[in-house]
Ligand binder design. Structure first.
Ligand SMILES: [Zn+2]
Length: 262
């Protein structure tokens, strides 16, 4: 088996873990080298903590999650949560391309640049940066400053874009053996898990769920809710391919040109 280098490019800590944590842990467990890049510091992701408090815990939480997945390193780009769209597309593409060339990444994971109805601007922005960087990192005239730094052009050969809708999905990955690692990685993001349950309660209340049902939920005790929620989501995907748990992607890879496959 050829050992591959995998680069995950997320807008926020917890994006990769929610959408692809089981697959990333599976690939790391098979001996591939996994690296995590996170564009923002999650510093608007709380009803309880200040931006400064969130920024202070962004890296430790990302490192805890990366360790649970078996990743070899974490790269924090340090942008403000929610404002990623204000970063120049070329700047962000260049930062991702530099990581691709530095790590010699074969495989990239991110949000799907062509997914419709994605309402988070950071997700849309990180998707385009990852997709554009992966499409052109083999061309030396793109970001020639990297070559002056001693890096070389490098071609990405596989891409996994998170798939949130079944009709966008062309690959389901069996994560039954790494579901626990996925959950442990998510639990590394303590403040984001509290936020997830806070938002769950807020949405349920706004949708008219009886408040007495919601009073019983303590967001600080998020483990059971995240566990239950992810087992339901990944279990439903797993049913489609006859396994306990799965994750969904719009996947692509380099293909032999048609002239060689006739
Ligand atoms: Zn996100």
């Amino acid at each position: 088996m050829k050992k591959k280098v995998i680069l995950s490019v997320a807008a926020h800590g917890d994006d990769a873990e929610f959408l692809a944590g089981g697959t990333l842990a599976k690939l790391a467990g098979e001996g591939h080298d996994l690296y995590m890049a996170i564009a923002t510091d999650n510093d608007r992701g709380s009803h309880r903590l200040s931006g400064a408090e969130l920024r202070a815990i962004a890296k430790p939480e990302a490192e805890a999650a990366a360790a649970a997945l078996g990743a070899k390193g974490v790269f924090m780009l340090g942008y403000t949560d929610g404002d990623l769209c204000d970063v120049s597309a070329i700047t962000l593409r260049g930062q991702v391309m530099r990581l691709i060339r530095q790590l010699k990444a074969d495989v990239i994971f991110s949000w799907d640049p062509f997914a419709p109805f994605e309402d988070h601007p950071d997700h849309r922005t990180s998707a385009w940066a990852a997709s554009d960087a992966a499409a052109f990192s083999q061309l030396p005239l793109y970001h020639p400053e990297h070559l002056k730094e001693g890096l070389e052009p490098h071609r990405v050969t596989e891409w996994y874009w998170y798939s949130k809708a079944r009709w966008q999905t062309n690959k389901l990955v069996d994560i039954s053996d790494t579901m626990d690692k996925k959950l442990n990685a998510l639990f590394g993001y303590q403040c984001q898990m509290v936020l997830t349950v806070d938002e769950f309660i807020g949405e349920a209340a706004a949708a008219g769920v009886d408040p007495s049902q919601l009073e019983q939920i303590d967001p600080e005790q998020y483990h059971q809710w995240i566990d239950m929620g992810m087992r339901a989501v990944n279990g439903k995907l797993g049913q489609e391919i006859g396994v306990a748990f799965a994750e969904a992607f719009r996947y692509g890879c380099v293909e032999p040109p048609a002239v060689f496959s006739q």
